[in-house]
Design a protein around this ligand. Structure first.
Ligand SMILES: O=C(O)CCC(=O)C(=O)O
Ligand SMILES: [Fe+2]
Length: 215
């Protein structure tokens, strides 16, 4: 459950090391509902994922192979998920004054052999970029009985030394959060179907003349 104790722990991890891994942060019944939905979803609802910011978004199968479906809150399971994410957002804003403003997320399916090469989820503003960049990344895994030989680990790297800092099995119920501009990461090739939800909290990008839509 996303208790105050878990929120305190995530906040402390984020402030000390820019990332946090939790194994008991999301209620079992949410996981069951999300996985049920995922397994019953039509594969045609999934689309090959792309890379790049929205204007120059492109498919790049040498970098990323997973298929995704955006979550819009259309089912009870999706609404539970969005409420849970909103609770996390409020909890972290209160503790760290992060200014997280909006949230977007998708289901992801990596088929056997699929991967996502090392990348950042967002880049620091360079003066040209305006507004609502991704600030905090969130991943939840929906794979019961994932074992060592199944691959598909998420590897986090130290941005300075480029050394590996953590390797996370995409095990059912594991939650990973990290600062989107601080932590390069990679998904190693999956040995079997690998299901997850990936989401991002954005900062508010309003300009006086152009209020930012929540998504
Ligand atoms: O599934 C994961 O472990 C991470 C996925 C990821 O890095 C992304 O979608 O940007
Ligand atoms: Fe990523």
């Amino acid at each position: 459950m996303l208790t105050d104790v878990v929120l305190d722990q995530i906040a402390e991890d984020l402030s000390q090391q820019s990332w946090s891994v939790q194994t008991d942060a999301i209620p079992e019944e949410f996981l069951i509902a999300l996985r049920e939905q995922l397994l019953h979803m039509n594969q045609q609802d999934f689309q090959l994922a792309g890379i790049g910011r929205s204007q120059d978004h492109m498919l790049a199968p040498s970098i990323r192979r997973d298929k995704v479906r955006w979550i819009e809150g259309e089912t009870p399971a999706e609404r539970l998920w969005l409420e849970w994410a909103a609770h996390l957002q409020r909890g972290l804003n209160r503790r760290l004054f992060m200014g997280l403003f909006s949230f977007e997320s998708h289901f992801a399916h990596y088929r056997p052999g699929d991967f996502y090469k090392k990348h950042f989820d967002a880049f620091r503003p360079d003066g040209l970029e305006r507004g609502a960049r991704r600030e905090l990344s969130l991943v939840v895994y929906l794979n019961p009985d994932w074992i060592d030989g199944d691959g598909g680990e998420l590897v986090l790297f130290d941005p300075r030394s480029d050394g590996e800092i953590c390797r996370i099995h995409p095990q059912y119920g594991t939650v990973v959060v990290f600062l989107s501009t601080e932590v390069p990461h990679e998904v190693l090739p999956a040995g079997r179907d690998r299901y997850s939800i990936a989401g991002w909290f954005r900062l508010n990008g309003s300009l006086a003349e152009r209020p930012d839509p929540p998504r």
